[in-house]
Design a protein around this ligand. Structure first.
Ligand code: NAD
Ligand code: DAU
Length: 347
């Protein structure tokens, strides 16, 4: 099978490719990525030179570029990860979110429709539980929960979900959608809560907790999310949505405290000294109170279940960051940007 992955140099896309390219030599994978600030080619170093892996640097917002890649590679399956993904950035500047998440998804849908006029292929759209808005203290997001996004990011993802469903219903495009809760694990850009806190702990910088730290997120190890997507691609029903979540609700402050404890154990630092770094800062505008996923549909229909617990996954994540400070340095300095220009400048 020829599988085109968009956004495969980002956090989840790179974990997906690192897991599946070596495991499936019978499939060929094309990674279509614009290499924005959130991407890092180092995340894919182990795939370079593999026969079943190709990288193409291109921007989804450029429709002619998308068409050209489709014409050259003629994918049978498209797994669409590419997006602007960080809520705080969407509040600071929403325009790139509308361009990539809405217009980019539209371009991809049109390219799929052109390539598969009789509904031959499959577009799998990777989305988020944030499209459902916020839960109060009780209840779970199911596939039937009404859309009620709060941030420019989640509004742009909601719009992209609607476009994908509309192309399925109106044009008969074979589509599937997954809406997943918060991911964590290796290769996550250190702007998201968990890698940011790990990095600040290692550098003894303040740990900025928004509001009172009482907001709740449902954490899922990234490898479990990747397995869920693969299961839906292969066994999920066309036209369907599957919610994916870790059954691991945590208050932000508890996540930060657990990270203090793990970093103390792993590095020999004093836990009390690390806890003193917790700093309460101004809350995020429109901050959703609680996310929690009802994942019974994917569990029942496809037999998927998360393999990692929050305790094991969090320790694994801390160890990964401790062992990969060179990766962190490369995404924070201009080094990887220079690498991109040198290696991919002509693509
Ligand atoms: P990320 O920000 O780490 O990576 C995004 C990738 O998309 C980068 O490699 C970037 O270069 C690429 N990209 C951005 N704009 C592009 C464009 N115009 N053309 C081509 N490539 C472009 O994101 P992530 O955290 O890996 O998230 C991947 C997907 O999963 C997103 O669609 C996101 O909404 C969704 N999601 C994320 C989470 C999470 O917790 N991170 C949870 C649920 C769903
Ligand atoms: O739920 C899925 C979503 O999870 C994905 O769609 C998004 O792409 C992903 O970024 C994530 O969104 P969140 O806004 O939940 O993740 P973030 O890591 O930014 O924040 C997690 C929680 O921690 C949130 O309640 C805000 C809080 N926070 C975050 C940061 C960066 C802090 O308290 N301090 C911080 O410095």
């Amino acid at each position: 099978m020829k599988i085109l992955v968009t956004g495969g140099a980002g956090f989840i896309g790179a974990n997906f490719l690192n897991l599946l390219v070596p495991r499936h030599p019978e499939h060929s994978f094309v990674n279509f990525d614009a290499l924005t600030y959130a991407a890092n080619p180092r995340s894919l170093a182990e795939l370079e030179g593999r026969k079943n892996y190709t990288f193409v640097r291109a921007d989804l917002v450029d429709f002619e570029a998308v068409r050209a890649v489709f014409a050259q590679h003629r994918p049978e399956v498209v797994v669409h990860f590419a997006a602007e993904s960080h809520v705080d950035r969407s509040i600071a500047g929403p325009r790139p979110f509308l361009r990539t998440n809405v217009e980019g998804t539209f371009n991809l849908l049109e390219a799929c429709r052109e390539l598969w006029p009789s509904g031959e292929g499959l577009l799998h759209h990777v989305s988020t539980d944030e499209v459902y808005g916020s839960l109060g203290p009780a209840g779970l997001f199911s596939e039937e929960t009404k859309y009620d996004p709060s941030s420019p990011y989640s509004a742009s993802k909601a719009a992209s979900d609607h476009l994908v469903r509309a192309w399925g219903r109106t044009f008969g495009l074979p589509i599937k959608i997954t809406n997943c809760s918060n991911n964590y694990g290796p290769l996550q850009f250190p702007e998201k809560l968990i890698p940011l806190m790990i990095q600040n702990l290692l550098e003894r910088k303040p740990l900025p907790v928004y509001g009172k730290g009482e907001n709740v997120r449902d954490w899922l190890f990234v490898g479990d999310h990747c397995e869920a997507i693969w299961a839906v691609v292969h066994k999920g029903r066309v036209g369907q949505t599957y919610n994916v979540g870790g059954r691991s609700e945590q208050r932000n402050l508890d996540v930060v405290k657990r990270l203090c404890a793990i970093v103390a154990e792993e590095t020999g630092a004093r836990e009390a000294e690390l806890l003193d770094l917790v700093t309460y800062v101004k809350d995020r505008p429109g901050h959703d109170e609680r996310y929690a996923i009802d994942a019974r549909k994917i569990e029942r229909e496809l037999g998927w279940k998360p393999q990692e617990t929050f305790a094991t996954g969090l320790r694994r994540t801390v160890r990964w960051y401790l062992d990969h400070q060179d990766w962190v340095a490369s995404v924070r300095t201009g080094e990887y940007r220079r690498w991109i220009e040198q290696n991919y400048g002509g693509r």
